[in-house]
Write a protein of this length. Structure first.
Length: 218
């Protein structure tokens, strides 16, 4: 029987190091001769990338938070149906830069979208596809550190449109991610919080240890 692929997500506020760690994990798994597909959310499909451009385009005023939520879940449904499910069924591990926590944090906890609406969309788009992450890692750094790293960052980041909201908004985002971890602590054993201020090498080792615990032998 062919080995089933895994679904792994890395999350956190901007400049927390999730993209770097996703790439390091990809290289580690490939050295183990695992098949790996590295993607991002929103994105991963043609429709998802188009929705991404709509969502992350700077505009004044920003899109209504409920509109944002609906678009994120439209992209997410395509991502699960066309990227995650087909790959894990073929034994390919999918590593995603962001997933559902971003919607709970950015649109729910921070912008006030009713969590009952998000839960309902989550059920239809995620739970119904049986594509819950096997390992969900939140990298935690202070908002001040995020802005400090932004000055020295040579990539565009996913959420420049949200970064423009300032330090106060970023602090709310961090609080939202901590709330997400707390909210899911009694629902699943796959969500983990890692100190993003640790060294890149130490964070990578912690992720490997979690992978070995959650995915390697299951």
């Amino acid at each position: 029987m062919a080995e089933k692929g895994r679904f792994i997500v890395l999350e956190g506020i901007d400049n927390c190091g999730k993209t770097t760690q996703a790439k390091l994990l990809q290289k580690y798994l490939e050295r183990l001769e695992k098949k790996v597909f590295l993607s991002r959310e929103p994105g991963g499909t043609e429709a998802g990338e188009e929705i991404r451009q709509v969502l992350l385009k700077s505009r004044e005023p920003m899109l209504d938070p409920v509109t944002q939520t609906l678009l994120f879940y439209a992209a997410r449904k395509e991502f699960l149906n066309n990227v995650v499910r087909p790959n894990i069924d073929k034994g390919v591990t999918v590593i995603s830069d962001r997933f559902e926590a971003s919607t709970y944090v950015y649109q729910g906890f921070t912008q006030g979208v009713d969590l009952k609406l998000i839960d309902g969309l989550h059920h239809e788009a995620v739970a119904a596809t049986h594509c819950q992450p096997d390992l969900y890692i939140i990298l935690d750094i202070p908002a001040e550190e995020s802005f400090k790293r932004l000055k020295n960052d040579d990539n565009t980041g996913q959420d420049l449109v949200f970064e423009q909201q300032g330090l106060k908004f970023m602090k709310k985002l961090r609080a939202g991610y901590l709330e997400f971890v707390q909210r899911n602590s009694g629902k699943t054993d796959s969500v983990f919080l890692i100190d993003g201020l640790s060294s890149k090498e130490d964070i990578h080792q912690q992720i490997i240890d979690l992978y070995d615990k959650q995915c390697a032998n299951n």
